[in-house]
Design a protein around this ligand. Structure first.
Ligand SMILES: O=C(COP(=O)(O)O)N(O)CCCOP(=O)(O)O
Ligand SMILES: [Zn+2]
Length: 305
């Protein structure tokens, strides 16, 4: 069933588990995410970035909202990294039930003003809002405190930000970053900072840039002919610890992309004569579904629907 992001995330934070927000860019990703959620009896957030909305258009947004309505588990359809008020309005018009306004690159006052404006519009139509404070950036552990403060989310600022904006959940910067390289070795995650934020902010907290980039998946991608430089993700234990400290929404995109692409390469390498898309998109879809299921296991959302 189609529900708001807050309906899913409030329960998750209260009960101490995480819910995956999985980025989808086509029908196969959407099917994989929803099938995994139903088989795992897990709530789920289907996330579309502005790039996904541009790439898939109504074929994707309509499908996401309609399939979410028919799903046998709670599903929120979420705009990921909305960059403007206008972009959020498009997602609201498409029937999304959760929207992110990302003004984390602006100064505090501008972020508050712009986020507040989106909150008023979204709440007027029963949709809940994710905002962001702090800059996503991989941080080496020995980095000076003032440099971390300039980038990572400041706990006291986060409290004020949520009170002044009325946002429903908050994306925090604690050392993660988007993409397949998140820092040397085991990327540093500032759990003490997260603990201080969670003590001041009762709202569900969000972790972007949370893909694990598993070495076995990276190797499979390379073995199938993919080229990727140094690749490191967030350690599963660091995700579990973050969930225990108040993270309720965990974004995963890179792991899904790696799995999908590795399987397409593998299938085409094995069958150079193949030109039926179902023969290579199908196995790729299955690979994404397995990644989604393993992430739900890690987050503790299995059986929580
Ligand atoms: O937090 C994440 C993904 O984190 P990950 O890279 O660790 O999977 N996201 O918000 C995904 C952002 C995807 O944007 P685009 O479609 O423009 O490439
Ligand atoms: Zn993100």
């Amino acid at each position: 069933m189609l529900v708001t992001g807050l309906e899913i995330l409030k329960k998750a934070r209260a009960e101490g588990y995480g819910v995956g927000a999985f980025n989808v860019n086509n029908m196969e990703f959407l099917q994989a995410v929803l099938e995994a959620a139903e088989e795992a009896r897990s709530p789920v957030m289907v996330a579309l970035s502005e790039g996904a909305m541009k790439y898939g258009g109504r074929a994707l947004t309509l499908l996401a909202v309609e399939l979410a309505k028919e799903a046998r588990v709670p599903v929120a359809v979420h705009l990921d990294h909305g960059s403007s008020y206008e972009s959020v309005l498009k997602a609201l018009r498409a029937g999304f039930t959760s929207v992110m306004i990302d003004k984390s690159h602006e100064d505090f006052a501008t972020n508050v003003r712009e986020t507040r404006r989106v909150v008023e519009a979204a709440h007027a139509v029963g949709v809940t809002v994710e905002a962001e404070l702090g800059r996503l950036a991989g941080i080496e552990e020995h980095v000076a405190v003032d440099e971390k403060d300039a980038l990572l989310t400041n706990p006291e600022e986060a409290k004020r930000f949520m009170e002044e904006t009325g946002a429903d959940y908050l994306a925090v910067a604690i050392g993660t970053s988007h993409g397949a390289y998140k820092g040397k070795g085991r990327p540093f995650i500032d759990h003490p900072r997260l603990e201080r934020i969670a003590a001041l902010v009762p709202a569900p907290l969000v972790l972007h840039g949370a893909s694990a980039v598993p070495p076995e998946l990276v190797e499979r991608f390379r073995a199938a002919g993919g080229e990727i430089g140094e690749a490191t993700g967030i350690h599963p234990e660091d995700i579990k610890k973050a969930i225990a400290l108040g993270i309720a929404k965990i974004n995963t995109d890179t792991d899904l992309r790696l799995a999908f692409t590795a399987l397409i390469r593998e299938t085409l390498n094995k069958a150079p004569k193949e030109f039926d898309p179902r023969k290579y998109l199908g196995p790729a879809r299955e690979a994404v579904k397995e990644v989604v299921k393993s992430r739900m296991e890690l987050f503790g959302s299995v059986g929580k629907a």
